[in-house]
Write a protein that binds this ligand. Structure first.
Ligand SMILES: [Fe+2]
Length: 248
């Protein structure tokens, strides 16, 4: 069963699911395609931040959806997907954690330099959390120089490649770069980044493709192996996380 760390199935005012009904449909179809743990990761954009009102609405929508899809065997968790912005350097990054994981999802920009993303990732790390870098294979800076992604992976930051990239839906360059990173063993996670019925939160086809090329090594990229070690459990874990957030 798959763990999918990146999706937009909870309505949040961004470009993901528009309604609870649409979100429910996406969640149920994800479960039918083999996903057992799905993180909803609403966008936190420079022009659409996480105000307390927006956060409240998102958390309520998530709670309602999670209760409904539990019967489908789906564990729906909530995180966020940060787009690098200077304001994040002053923010308490612990509020964006992926569920109970000591990790934060941040996308690499599609265009332009990676310097700000790197600084935000360093802030995440400074808060005692692990940066999960979304779709590096779609970033021009990585396509031009894949060594940039290697340097991030060597810092212990987790690279998350999109299922849609390895299947070729984002064009040739992201596909080639995605496979390059996979074959070099730099990728920790493949996720759907599913947004809507036309771009659904499915991992099964990508799993088959990666397994054909990488063999059994594919399994760890889809079964949440890299995330399970980041689960914060029990009181001591929560205290550690709270301390980490304060330090941030
Ligand atoms: Fe996303």
């Amino acid at each position: 069963m798959f763990w999918d760390v990146h999706s937009h199935v909870v309505p949040s005012g961004d470009d993901g699911a528009g309604t609870l009904e649409e979100g429910l449909e996406l969640c149920r179809s994800a479960a039918a395609h083999g996903t057992s743990v799905l993180f909803a990761t609403p966008h936190v954009w420079p022009h659409l931040g996480l105000s307390s009102e927006r956060e409240e609405r998102i958390r309520a929508a998530h709670a309602e959806l999670a209760a409904q899809v539990a019967a489908d065997g789906l564990d729906l968790r909530l995180g966020f997907e940060l787009t690098p912005a200077p304001s994040l350097l002053e923010d308490e990054l612990g509020r964006y954690r992926l569920g109970d994981l000591s990790a934060v999802l941040m996308e690499l920009p599609f265009a332009g330099p990676l310097a700000l993303a790197e600084r935000v990732a360093e802030e995440i790390e400074g808060a005692g959390l692990v940066p999960v870098l979304a779709h590096p294979e779609r970033a021009e800076a990585v396509i031009d120089e894949p060594g940039r992604a290697r340097a991030f992976a060597e810092r212990g930051w987790l690279l998350q490649v999109n299922a849609t990239s390895v299947l070729g839906y984002h064009g040739e360059s992201p596909e080639e770069t995605g496979w390059l990173l996979l074959e070099q063993g730099l990728v920790s996670l493949v996720a759907s980044d599913g947004h809507r019925p036309a771009r659904p939160p499915f991992l099964d086809d990508a799993y088959e493709a990666v397994r054909r090329r990488l063999g059994e090594g594919a399994d760890a990229l889809f079964n949440g192996s890299a995330l399970r070690t980041l689960e914060i459990t029990g009181r001591s874990g929560n205290a550690a996380a709270a301390g980490a957030v304060r330090r941030g």
